[in-house]
Write a protein of this length. Structure first.
Length: 332
């Protein structure tokens, strides 16, 4: 009697999603629950409780969206990410967005809540808009507000990509869009072309003026950069304290990014190798190698190199990117 109870217990425990790791070939109520949740995330699956190839494909796509290893095996991390994304998407759909000043939700990445739809706002919407522009839908404004313009842009991309045209951003859309723009980003080493009027200018005082069309976070980067634009170069400067008498290359870039809330503590040049996303940004692009880092913000170069002659870290001319790794803040 005891032996049979021990054998039966694991089978009973595996009836709810998350009680066991799921993979192709498995079956049961927990697989059906997984398929239902994946369906809510936007994947077209039959909730038959059989973990087949279609379910594996959907799982891998969601794992990519959630920045998890795309193994196709559903463990506790995948279940937690799926539950969190669906819960956040449902909650914010009712509230019409979220207040980034009072919630950690302001730092959300695209895929942290599903679906993303009209009426929402935040960093993930800004990332979506950036991706749509990279995918060729230039009519969308990168402002973090999912309004009628973003909905139209989304429907345009869906038609071009052969996706269901509804203007609602589900996990499948995110995966397809991210892969499309990612393929074009990896080898590029120059910022994307800004529209006329989107380029910042540098005045005779060495300070930069942000274009009116720039997102607020870009204006904040420029404002922070202006604080130290004409300060001396000092090796190690800006790494012991944000308020310093001089700043080196990485200390300068760190200071400007910190001023926009994008960085909590200073980073050395090499630390930026894995910061943000690969490739150039629309508004902000970082060029880094172990010995130096500079960035381009709204078309202006922010660089300690040249400060001694120009008198400012802001410079309108570009320089060779040979030997540099290219990164950008997500959504910019």
């Amino acid at each position: 009697m005891l032996a049979s109870s021990l054998v039966a217990a694991p089978a009973m425990a595996a009836q709810r999603l998350g009680d066991r790791a799921l993979r192709e070939g498995d079956s049961g109520p927990d697989v059906a629950e997984l398929q239902t949740k994946l369906g809510k995330a936007g994947f077209k699956l039959t909730g038959d409780g059989q973990f087949g190839a279609d379910t594996t494909t959907a799982v891998k796509a969601f794992q990519r969206v959630a920045s998890l290893s795309a193994s196709g095996v559903v463990g506790k991390k995948t279940v937690a990410a799926l539950n969190s994304a669906l819960s956040a998407g449902a909650a914010d759909a009712g509230a019409g967005g979220f207040d980034s000043s009072t919630s950690s939700a302001g730092n959300r990445s695209l895929g942290d809540r599903i679906p993303v739809r009209r009426g929402m706002s935040g960093h993930d919407v800004r990332v979506l808009q950036d991706f749509l522009r990279r995918a060729g839908i230039q009519s969308v404004t990168v402002d973090g507000q999912f309004g009628s313009g973003t909905a139209r842009a989304m429907r345009s991309w869906e038609r071009l990509a052969g996706r269901t045209v509804d203007g609602i951003v589900d996990a499948g859309d995110i995966d397809a869009l991210r892969q499309q723009v990612g393929a074009g980003r990896i080898s590029a080493d120059t910022p994307l072309r800004l529209a006329p009027g989107d380029v910042a200018t540098v005045g005779p005082d060495g300070l930069a003026t942000a274009p009116a069309s720039a997102p607020d976070v870009v204006k904040q980067i420029i404002a922070a950069g202006n604080v130290i634009a004409t300060k001396p170069y000092r090796y190690g400067g800006g790494h012991g304290s944000w308020d310093d008498s001089g700043y080196d290359c990485s200390g300068s870039v760190s200071y400007a990014l910190h001023g926009a809330g994008l960085l909590d503590s200073p980073l050395a040049s090499g630390d930026f190798f894995t910061w943000g996303l690969a490739g150039p940004g629309l508004w902000v692009t970082l060029y880094t190698k172990s010995s130096h880092i500079f960035m381009v913000v709204a078309g202006l170069r922010f660089d300690t190199s040249g400060r001694s002659t120009a008198g400012t870290r802001w410079q309108a001319d570009m320089r060779s990117a040979d030997g540099y790794q290219v990164r950008h803040p997500e959504g910019l």
